[in-house]
Design a protein around this ligand. Structure first.
Ligand code: GLN
Ligand code: ZN
Length: 754
């Protein structure tokens, strides 16, 4: 059996690409120097794959920002406003990725969206009616040539036309189907040019095939590829899918004259049964995604071998990852603080290559008795430590009642109104205030042991006092302490929870130059000590106004961590929910009467297929949130916050979280969501963000007033709160202060007018 991977983490072992790109943005290095770093990384990674014995080595998976954007540019999908800037190709590329403001003009970036069910974000191609889709770039050929020069024959990868045109947005009246003919010509030209270079294989990614597809879309897919594959000549083409199974298009897919089909056996729950039901053509290679490209856990060889035994009769199998390794950290080698016992359980990208190689060797050897198989078996036979019987008992004892807060929302609203005595259109913020250089330095110094815990806290307390004084001065109604003590929304909580592990270098690309370092859920979760109580309590002593406690919710903590696989996501989330519940009750007992439980990432792990939304996710995610707050007093007001506004389709579920107040991002989406709120008579009080915090721009009082009036056209005034879109941690101090001043003034003006 041969081995293959779909893609590799291009950002580099030490995030070299990120740092070089940022230096280029700051004009500290030239475009040539940036290109040189790219070349170095590509070559290093190819060599690594060769050394690890991988047979099919991808090229074209490298990108300076995003591969979807690369494909769009290769095919001339560049809106007129960017072309009009007359910049160099690399500058145009970054103008599309990040926007451009300079001598040549002023344009915003393309929209960015989450890549399927991952935390990676792609740039959304924008197609205009007069976009001329045609092959204009040469990156895919250059990287093939570059590898060939180094003596390595790669398999170029490219995003396929079906997925590309499905993910694109259309500015005019034309739609995807109107561009199929042009796409066929352009991709056929790519085939031709690769064949000229003696390229043997091309990988065409069509992940959109794992989505819910209508019969019409399946027909379109089939027609598109019937025409396109007629032009493939001698080139071998593998259609690569990932992030699920292709149940809506399986038969059409395997009947098309592809030379290989890549299927996901990890997330594709039905992949095996599709093979068993419909068979698999003998003349094609079956690229079997059996190594998980998303998790950080070692593969269980015994299980995988059992699976392979079932797959093998269907055809010639190539051992593959389930998706690109882009979604996992580079290597375990640089983790110095984790013990060997712990590290033994992990496999990051480089280690996953070794797993493919191990499995290849095991499969080649009939007695199946290799050392690695034995070692791997021993690891999985081992009893996992960190079991917490107490937690298991608590979860077992949960009943319906634990998930229901009483009295009902409307009754609570009355007692809370009575107690809090807030004006109509109460104003508040989402929690964080600017994380200035000094704030970050204070934390860094403390972490390095350069200052004492006492000094560290005194600094934070001074910042809190300053932050409260400002909020009082401008007249906000519900105050926050500012979150100066937090590095991020998850790690900060994880540090006070038993069961969490933290890495040093395990970065994963989130978008462009941004990487995240998700903590790892290693064992059963429990709260080892109060987390936010001291700072919130201190903050409340400084003001007569209500101080809002600030927590991250269980679903978001889970979604931004690497989860366990030996227990269900539901179980882990319930463990987290019980831990956060303790924190909620602690805050309440310490006089904090308003508590915000952020679920910024609740929508992120919504399954790709609608039929799975409830059974696989919402049916436990929403109750887990309710569990966190179900035991508070009727007078305690629970807020939640979400970082997106695309929840029209799950709006009833959001209402069922039974928070008293929800704030969400809204200003960038023209408050579209308000109609959906109105349509279901949304019960929870709402604070749709009245200005965009992703930009340093200061909104005027007039603008915010107009936004509030727009909101009031759709929602009853007694249910509306006034707040920014999200936390202010990434903003500077001057613009934050100016914007919030305008926000409170606008709210006062509207109040005065009603
Ligand atoms: N309370 C958090 C903050 O203000 C919420 C952040 C988020 O929604 N991502 O920073
Ligand atoms: Zn947010």
């Amino acid at each position: 059996m041969k081995t293959s991977i779909i893609g590799f983490p291009r950002v580099g072992e030490s995030r070299e690409l990120k740092f070089a790109t940022e230096r280029y943005f700051r004009k500290e290095i030239t475009a040539d120097e940036l290109e040189a770093t790219g070349k170095e990384l590509r070559n290093k990674h190819w060599q690594l794959l060769v050394d690890q014995g991988i047979d099919f080595i991808p090229s074209g998976d490298f990108s300076f920002f995003d591969t979807t954007l690369d494909t769009a540019i290769l095919l001339n999908i560049v809106p007129t406003k960017y072309q009009a800037l007359k910049l160099t190709p690399l500058e145009t590329y970054f103008a599309l990725a990040r926007g451009y403001q300079g001598e040549e003009g002023d344009v915003t970036a393309l929209a960015m969206k989450k890549w399927f069910n991952t935390n990676y974000h792609y740039m959304v191609p924008e197609i205009e009616d007069d976009t001329e889709l045609k092959l204009v770039g040469d990156q895919i050929f250059r990287s093939f040539d570059e590898a060939k020069e180094a003596g390595i024959i790669t398999r170029p990868t490219i995003l396929g036309p079906f997925t590309l045109l499905k993910l694109a947005t259309y500015q005019g009246s034309k739609r995807a189907g109107d561009f199929y003919e042009a796409a066929i010509l352009a991709y056929a030209q790519i085939f031709e040019k690769l064949s000229e270079r003696d390229c043997e294989w091309l990988q065409i990614d069509e992940p959109a095939l794992v989505l819910d597809l209508s019969p019409i879309e399946v027909k379109q897919f089939k027609a598109l590829y019937q025409k396109l594959l007629a032009k493939k000549g001698n080139l071998n083409i593998v259609a690569q899918t990932y992030f699920g199974d292709v149940r809506d298009a399986y038969q059409e897919l395997v009947e098309l004259p592809f030379d290989g089909i890549g299927l996901d056996f990890i997330e594709g729950r039905k992949t095996l049964s599709l093979l068993e039901t419909y068979g698999f053509p003998k003349d094609k290679l079956l690229f079997a995604g059996i190594i998980n490209g998303k998790n950080i856990w070692k593969n269980n060889y015994q299980q995988t071998l059992a699976l392979l035994k079932k797959i093998k009769p269907f055809g010639e199998v190539v051992l593959n990852t389930s998706c690109s390794l882009l979604h996992v950290p580079f290597t375990l080698d640089n983790e110095s603080t984790l013990s060997k016992d712990v590290k033994d359980h992990f496999a990051f990208a480089v280690e996953k290559l070794a797993e493919l190689n191990d499995l290849k060797k095991i499969m080649a050897d009939n007695d199946g008795n290799q050392v690695f198989l034995r070692e791997n078996r021993a690891l999985f036979d081992q009893e996992r430590f960190s079991k917490n019987e107490q937690v298991a008992k608590r979860i077992k004892a949960l009943t319906e009642k634990d998930f229901v807060r009483l009295p009902a929302l409307m009754k609570r609203a009355v007692v809370q109104k009575d107690k809090l005595k807030l004006p109509i259109l109460p104003t508040t913020t989402i929690g964080s205030f600017p994380q200035t250089k000094e704030v970050k330095q204070n934390r860094a110094k403390f972490k390095k042991g350069e200052i004492s815990e006492y000094e560290y806290k005194v600094f934070n307390q001074a910042k809190i006092a300053e932050c409260i004084a400002f909020q009082e001065e401008i007249g906000l109604d519900v105050l926050v302490h500012g979150e100066f003590e937090r590095n991020d929304m998850v790690e900060y909580f994880g540090e006070s929870l038993d069961g969490y592990l933290f890495t040093e270098k395990a970065w994963v690309q989130s978008y462009g130059t941004r990487c995240v370092k998700p903590p790892i859920i290693w064992g059963d979760i429990s709260r080892s000590k109060p987390i936010t109580v001291a700072y919130s309590k201190y903050a409340q002593t400084l003001t007569e106004k209500p101080m809002k406690g600030m927590l991250t919710g269980p679903v978001t903590i889970l979604n931004w961590s690497f989860p366990r696989e030996d227990i269900s996501l539901r179980e882990s989330t319930l463990q987290l929910a019980l831990a956060i519940q303790e924190e909620v009750l602690d805050l309440e007992a310490n006089g904090i009467g308003i508590i915000q439980i952020d679920e910024a990432a609740l929508r992120e792990k919504l399954p790709l297929r609608k039929s799975d939304w409830h059974s696989e996710y919402l049916d436990w995610a929403i109750p887990a949130f309710r569990l966190v707050h179900s035991k508070v007093q009727p007078t305690t007001q629970i807020h939640t916050h979400m970082c997106y506004s695309e929840f029209a389709d799950i709006i009833q579920d959001i209402d069922n979280m039974d928070a008293d107040v929800i704030s969400f991002e809204a200003s960038r989406s023209n408050l579209d969501i308000l109609d959906a709120l109105k349509a279901i008579d949304f019960q929870t009080q709402v604070g749709p963000g009245v200005y965009d915090i992703h930009s340093p721009r200061v909104p005027s009082v007039k603008e915010i007033e107009a936004t509030i009036h727009n909101i009031l056209k759709k929602l009853p005034i007694e249910k509306v709160w006034v707040n920014p879109d999200c936390g202010l941690k990434t903003r500077g101090v001057p613009e934050t202060q100016a914007s919030l001043k305008n926000l409170t003034l606008a709210a006062k003006k509207v109040r005065g007018g009603v």
